[in-house]
Design a binder for this molecule. Sequence first.
Ligand SMILES: NC(=O)c1ccc[n+]([C@@H]2O[C@H](COP(=O)([O-])OP(=O)(O)OC[C@H]3O[C@@H](n4cnc5c(N)ncnc54)[C@H](O)[C@@H]3O)[C@@H](O)[C@H]2O)c1
Length: 349
Amino acid sequence: MSYQTIRVEASTGYDIHIGRDILSQLPAFIRPLLGECRLAVLTDSTVDELYGDKLIDILTSAGYAADKFVIPAGEASKCADNLLEFLNFLADCRLTRSDAIVAFGGGVVGDMAGLSAALYLRGVKYIQVPTTLLAAVDSSVGGKTAIDIPAGKNLVGAFYQPRLVCCDTALMDTLSPEIYRDGCAEVIKYGVILDAGLYAALRETPFNRENVVARCVQIKRDVVQQDEFDNGIRGLLNFGHTFGHAIEKLSNFTVSHGSAVAKGMLIAARFAPLCGLGNITTDLAALLECYGFDLSCRYSAEELYDAMLSDKKRRGGNITLVLPRTIGHCELVTLPIEEFHDKLKQIID
Ligand SMILES: NC(=O)c1ccc[n+]([C@@H]2O[C@H](COP(=O)([O-])OP(=O)(O)OC[C@H]3O[C@@H](n4cnc5c(N)ncnc54)[C@H](O)[C@@H]3O)[C@@H](O)[C@H]2O)c1
C-alpha cells in the first residue's frame, strides 16, 4: 500500500500521510507518537454510519481502547452545546494527557475535535482523519480550530496543531457530488493563488485525487509554516472567501460554502483589473464551469458590500482582498472601504 508523507514544521511538527486505503495503517502511524493509549473518536452521524465500525475495529484490533462520540451531520453541530457535551464525554472516558482525540469526518468534526483538544486538560493531542475533500486539503491541516456561536461562524476557536493527519482518499468515494464539488472549489483556489501547474492539471477531470490532495497540502503547509498565526501571507488562503462568506450569509447558508467560494473567486478575478492586476476572469470561469459551478450572483453590489462590512477580515477603514495577478500568483490588496465600494459597483450592478 503506497502513500505520500508531508511533514509540517509549525509550533508542533507533524506528518500528513495521504494515500488510498490507508485507514488500516492508522495504528501504525499512531504507535510511534503515542504508544499504548486511549483514543476518543469524534465523528458525525453520516460518517459513523459508513465507516464508524470499521475505524473502531481497526483501532481496537491493534490494542487501542477507543471510545466514540457521534454528533449529527451538518454545520449546526459545530456549536457550544456539542462542544461541552464532548468535553464531558472525554472526562467520563477518563481521557488523560497521554491519550488523544481522533477527528473522523469533515471540517465540522475536525474543527470541533481540534478545539476540544486545545481546551480539555489545557491541551491533549489530536489526530485528524479527514473524510471530505475539503477537510483533506484545507481544514485538517494548519491548526485552525473553532466552533460557531450565534454571532457568527468560527468566532470561538484556537490555533492548535494536530499531531498526525491520516488522509485515506478512498473514504471520499461516498461523498455526494455536491460535497465533493465544494472541496474542488478549494483545490482550484490553491491553483489560482500559488500553483499554475496544479491549475493546469485540474483541466483534466477527474483529477488524480491522491496527487492533487498532496499538492494542495504541500501548498497549505508552506503557507502555514511562514505564517502559522495568520498575520500575513496566510491571508492568501482567503482567495474567494471574503466575497464568498458574504454570499453564504446573504443566502442564509442555502448556497454551499464551495459554491459561494467559486462565485467569490470569480468576483475577485473581475475586481483584480480595477486594481491594476491581471485579468484571469475568462479562464477561471471556464474552469469553474467545467466543475459544474453555477457562477451567477443574485446579490447587488450594495448587498455584498453591507454583508462584507461585518466580515471579520475588515480592519479599520480598510478592507483587504486577495486578488489574482496571474494564474498561480495572488496578492493581498488593501483598499479604503469607500474605494472598494465604488469599484464593486463598477463590476456588479
Ligand atoms: N480549520 C480550518 O482551517 C477550516 C478550513 C476550511 C473550512 N473549515 C470548516 O470546515 C467545515 C466544512 O467542512 P466540510 O465541507 O468537510 O463539512 P462537513 O464536515 O459538514 O461535511 C460535509 C458533509 O459530508 C458528510 N461526509 C463527510 N465525510 C463523508 C464521506 N466520506 N462520505 C459521505 N459523506 C461524508 C458529512 O456528514 C456532512 O454531511 C466548516 O465548518 C468550515 O468552517 C475549517
